[in-house]
Every structure is written in structure tokens, then in C-alpha cells.
Design a protein. Structure first.
Length: 241
């Protein structure tokens, strides 16, 4: 036969996938075993934890216009430059600071608290729901940015000292300590080391022992607060211990 024999390529062995037949293809977006949803949740948690720090970077430290020791009897017409609030219609009436249901918008004193301090003031509630609050070692802007003392909260059913979240688990509470409408109380709060003690009319009401006390910039301000009751605060006194 005159034609040359045609050359055919060598046969190629079929490529066999070494993975077991039951192995599922890797999901797109999976990193270190996490799905996109899980990564999104993780990122949200990180942002939430760092939010106070991020806000501080954007907005800076709260202003300082006063120093400790500090006292104020509010015998005047206007609050003045030493106080700041992001909301609520805080005002002075008849020589006392009126909190007309300010929805957790504290009235902050623009002074840095020493780490060990005693804070005293008079307060009364004109509501059967109690609802007396104060903020301690907060950032000077935000509710629950430090410790919160709640006297007769949740419709006068619970009193508490809370850390960073008045609804959270880092708190101590008392369900028998209630506010009497129209009665004036003398608050005294002391912090020594990690121990935060709250006194009512000279008697120890509650205490919180914090193993990791809130300190430093962002945790050095004091404020009056409330949710939906008419409160009257007076005779504020702050001294280092």
C-alpha cells in the first residue's frame, strides 16, 4: 500500500478524582470553615464590641469644664456650661434639676471623675413607677457606657447596679427595694478599687464587685438619668477618696 500509515496519538489514561464520591464541592466564600453568613455575623460582633472606641475616635473625648471636688445646689435659673445632654428637656425648677422623662438621655457633668470617688445627691420621684437612675464612669455622651444605678426600675419592680448594659447579665439586682413617690432620698455612691457601693439615706443598699473596673478616658464621667418619670435632683457633691 503506497500511503504511509497514519500515526495515532498514544492513548491517555482517564484522570480519576481521588476524593470520595460523597465529597461535596467546597462552598464559595467559605474561609477557615466559615460561611459568608457566619463571617458577616462575626464582623458584626467585632464592630459592636469596638463601637464605643470607634465613636470616640470620630467624636473625641467629652468636653471638660469643671473639676473635682465639685458641688452644686442648683439655686439659679439655668444649668450652665458644666452640664451636657444629647436629648431630653433637662432644666432647673425651684432650685432642683428636673428630669421630665428623658428616655435615657443623661445629663452629664463635664468633669473627669477620679478612679476612687464619692458622689452624693438628693433625688425624689413624682411617679409611682420610681425610675431613678444615675450613670457612673460613662463616656459623657451615651447611656450605659459605664455603670448604671437603677432605683425602682421596670415599673418600680427591680433595683440594680449594672455594668455597660442595664438589661445585661453583668449586674446585681434587688426586687424588694422600691421607690416611694414624693420621698426625697440621699444617694451616696463610692468606688474603692473594683468595689462600687450604693448607699440610700446612709444605709448600704447594694454593691457590685467588678474584677475588671471601668477606668480611664471613656469611663470617667457622671450623669443624672431617667426613663419616663418626673425626677428632681439636687445638692450634688463629688469628692475624691
Amino acid at each position: 500500500m503506497g500511503e504511509q500509515a497514519r500515526a495515532f496519538p498514544e492513548p491517555v489514561e482517564a484522570q480519576v478524582d481521588p476524593r470520595p464520591a460523597s465529597h461535596e464541592p467546597r462552598e464559595a466564600g467559605r474561609v477557615l470553615g466559615l460561611t459568608r453568613l457566619q463571617l458577616g455575623v462575626l464582623a458584626g460582633i467585632v464592630v459592636a464590641v469596638q463601637l464605643p472606641f470607634l465613636l470616640y475616635l470620630v467624636r473625641g473625648e467629652a468636653p471638660v469644664t469643671a473639676t473635682v471636688p465639685f458641688s452644686d445646689d442648683f439655686e439659679r435659673q439655668q444649668l450652665g456650661e458644666n452640664y451636657f445632654a444629647t436629648g431630653g428637656h433637662w432644666r432647673i425648677e425651684n432650685g432642683a434639676v428636673h428630669s421630665p422623662g428623658v428616655k435615657n438621655n443623661p445629663l452629664w457633668l463635664q468633669a473627669r471623675l477620679p478612679e476612687e470617688v464619692a458622689i452624693e445627691f438628693d433625688v425624689r420621684s413624682e411617679s409611682k413607677d420610681g425610675d431613678i437612675k444615675c450613670e457612673l464612669f460613662g463616656n459623657g455622651f451615651d447611656h450605659s457606657s459605664g455603670y448604671v444605678i437603677v432605683f425602682g426600675g421596670w415599673s418600680n419592680t427591680i433595683s440594680a447596679i449594672a455594668r455597660l448594659d442595664e438589661h445585661g447579665r453583668d449586674r446585681v439586682e434587688n426586687r424588694t427595694l422600691k421607690v416611694e413617690k414624693g420621698r426625697a432620698y440621699r444617694f451616696r455612691v463610692e468606688r474603692r478599687g473594683g468595689a462600687l457601693r450604693w448607699y440610700l439615706d446612709g444605709s448600704l443598699a447594694m454593691e457590685l464587685d467588678d474584677k475588671n473596673p471601668l477606668r480611664g478616658t471613656g469611663h470617667d464621667r457622671f450623669g443624672f438619668s431617667s426613663w419616663d418619670s418626673d425626677l428632681f435632683f439636687d445638692n450634688l457633691k463629688i469628692e475624691p477618696l
